[in-house]
Design a binder for this molecule. Sequence first.
Ligand SMILES: [Zn+2]
Ligand SMILES: [Zn+2]
Length: 59
Amino acid sequence: MSVSGLCQICESRPAQARCENCGALVCEKHFDRGLGLCADCAAQARPGEQPDDTDIHRF
Ligand SMILES: [Zn+2]
Ligand SMILES: [Zn+2]
């Protein structure tokens, strides 16, 4: 890998990938290979699991 530098999220592990959205260099832990996005962008890109519905008890 030619990527050098530290992960821009945790700043403690060597960056191994670049986010396709914001261009941030992130480590393997903070890179979503499926989406090609950093953890921050991946969290925003996902539709968001809506916590309700399953918690509502219908009688
Ligand atoms: Zn990291
Ligand atoms: Zn990103």
